[in-house]
Design a protein around this ligand. Structure first.
Ligand code: ZN
Length: 225
């Protein structure tokens, strides 16, 4: 199944149906096979304002990651994307259930203290083990990271190879969904190659510049002439 199509149709459906979709989720019965995940949820100490959806992902077994997913599900403010469509944390969380996305801690030393998606391989999402550390920002950072990586998982520009343009938007989605003010986005037009490069430099991410191509094949950049 084309994941890009799935997330786009998910966005369209959720935009059209508004809050009905969350009621739909709440009315679904959790299968009995999810007993483990329910036991894990019961062990979490969540603030009262956090709603625990009745349907939980069977593909996240770690209690910290599951708490991050529940908090992601509770983020319902909309973030506007490049084409004017909108995305919420709840839609990204629902996507994890719909596509049974496996999310675990990263244990691959090649990736060190970072998060990544094995696109075209296992398709699993691996989260930076540094986020196991309890501190004031832990859950905000985890929600931001989950949103960022789930966005990548959906191959939003229809290609497996990552690009600077996709990274820009993944950082935007993570920041917008979590409310974490991690980087400025207001003064940059990512369709300008000069602006896009400047954004990575201004936000201490110059290392990305050598790693990825600038634009996906289906994105037309502004001419730099
Ligand atoms: Zn990324």
């Amino acid at each position: 199944m084309n994941k890009n199509l799935v997330i786009i149709s998910l966005i369209v459906v959720l935009t059209l149906t508004g809050c009905q979709s969350s009621q739909l989720t709440a009315n679904q019965k959790a299968p009995e096979a999810r007993l483990d995940v329910n036991t894990t949820v019961n062990s979490l100490q969540l603030p009262d304002e956090i709603v625990i959806p009745e349907t939980l992902p069977a593909t996240i077994n770690d209690p910290i990651l599951l708490e991050g997913w529940i908090r992601l599900y509770n983020r319902t403010q909309t973030c506007e994307l490049w084409d004017g469509s909108t995305l919420t944390g709840q839609q990204l969380a629902q996507y994890v259930i719909d596509l049974a996305v496996v999310i675990t801690w990263n244990t691959d030393p090649a990736y060190g203290e970072s998060s990544w998606v094995d696109r075209g391989g296992t398709d699993n999402v691996y989260i930076n083990p540094g986020l196991k550390e309890e501190n004031e920002m832990q859950m905000t950072r985890l929600v931001s990271t989950l949103a960022h990586e789930i966005f990548h998982h959906a191959t939003p520009f229809g290609q497996e190879a990552d690009t600077l343009y996709e990274e820009y938007w993944a950082h935007y989605v993570g920041s917008c969904v979590s409310g974490r003010g991690q980087a400025g986005f207001n003064y940059y037009n990512p369709l300008s190659p000069d602006n896009l490069t400047l954004w990575f430099k201004a936000n201490d991410r110059s290392d990305y510049l050598d790693e990825f191509e600038m634009y996906p094949a289906n994105v037309v950049a502004l001419s730099s002439k």
